[in-house]
Design a binder for this molecule. Structure first.
Ligand code: ATP
Length: 328
């Protein structure tokens, strides 16, 4: 597609929300205004395409959202879009609104949906990674991840105050169903005694040894960070096993939950979202489709969407080593 054939694009946010999605939408809308193409905001992800809920956005319609968490377009998980009939409705509304292409801000499920839609109806699209989990291949960071990390360490800093005041062991569960990026990085940044993530083989014995070592080293409290997807068990189960093994320990659990998704995006997430929003529009103008715009070594890169969906970023083993060394 050349510059001349791209006249109107739609932008939507889909899947789980993440801080910085608003900033990314703003960047898409403003880049469209800059390049003089029309931009349409689609409400509630693919649901808005199916229900024809969309409206044109100009540069001023995205004022004062650069710093706001969540997504003013709202997001949804659309079961109807998983069906052929649902996607046919979406295509009908997309055409009746004159849209030439889509920018999809979301996770790998959202990219899969856009790819299926492309294969059926040939609608060009570019994906922008918006998820706190940082589990998408083709970018060093996803939009929302840095903000979530900062929220987690702020919370753990507070928990530490209580832990040290009472000689307690806290199991803190953080988000990450399939990936331990949040747990590993926040664990290092908050000085956790142990970090349990799905990417590494953990054992109860290893955990108990770490707690014993902590006691022998004269520590009077410990923080254990547990990723949601940890295979050994959730924070409550691990706390229970620990209490059974060490009846004298005062063990507590905090599940951070949805506070990790909220809040004003950090500077890093705002800059990332701004760059990727512009890259999304420029990519479409250059004729790219079925790619995800991401950042690698601080440069914008486009990764084929199938790679972004299928491949996974590996956990950096050096970080696991650092966490272990510092828990001495
Ligand atoms: P998160 O990482 O926050 O979970 P996600 O983008 O991976 O975000 P999903 O719920 O997996 O979130 O996907 C978002 C939406 O994308 C789904 O609700 C559905 O509408 C669409 N989608 C996902 N997979 C498919 C598919 N195979 N075919 C059609 N649509 C799909």
């Amino acid at each position: 597609m050349s510059n001349a054939t791209l006249k109107k694009i739609g932008v939507l946010t889909s899947g789980g929300d993440s801080p910085g999605m608003n900033t990314a939408v703003r960047a898409v809308v403003r880049a469209c205004a800059y390049y003089q193409i029309k931009c349409v905001g689609i409400k509630m992800g693919y649901e808005g395409l199916i229900q024809n809920q969309m409206s044109e956005l100009g540069a001023r319609s995205v004022k004062h959202i650069i710093n706001r968490g969540g997504t003013f377009l709202q997001t949804a998980r659309s079961d109807e879009f998983r069906t052929k009939e649902g996607r046919e409705k979406a295509y009908k509304h997309l055409k009746s609104n004159g849209l030439d292409a889509l920018i999809v801000i979301g996770g790998d499920g959202s990219f899969t949906g856009a790819n299926v839609f492309f294969k059926e109806f040939g609608i060009p699209f570019i994906g922008i990674p918006g998820t706190i989990d940082n589990d998408i291949f083709g970018t060093d960071f996803t939009i929302g991840y840095d903000t979530a990390l900062n929220t987690v360490i702020e919370a753990i800093d507070r928990i530490r105050d209580s832990a040290t005041s009472h000689n307690r062991i806290f199991f803190v569960e953080v988000m990450g169903r399939d990936a331990g990026f949040i747990a590993l990085n926040s664990g290092i940044a908050s000085g956790a005694q142990d970090i349990l993530i799905p990417e590494k083989k953990d054992s109860l014995e290893g955990l108990f040894q770490s707690l014993e070592k902590s006691e022998q080293a004269g520590k009077n409290s410990s923080i254990i960070v547990v990723a949601e997807g940890e295979e050994l068990g959730n924070a409550f189960e691990l706390a229970k096993a620990t209490e059974m093994r060490f009846p004298d320990y005062d063990v507590r659990v905090t599940v951070l939950g949805h506070i990790q998704r909220g809040g004003n995006p950090t500077c890093m997430d705002r800059v990332l979202a701004s760059r990727l929003g512009v890259a999304g529009v420029e990519g479409l103008l250059e004729g790219r489709t079925n790619v995800m715009a991401g950042l690698r070594s601080n440069k914008v890169v486009y990764t084929p969407i199938e790679e972004a969906i299928k491949k996974h970023n590996e956990i950096d083993k050096e970080l696991i080593k650092v966490a272990k060394i510092l828990a001495v």
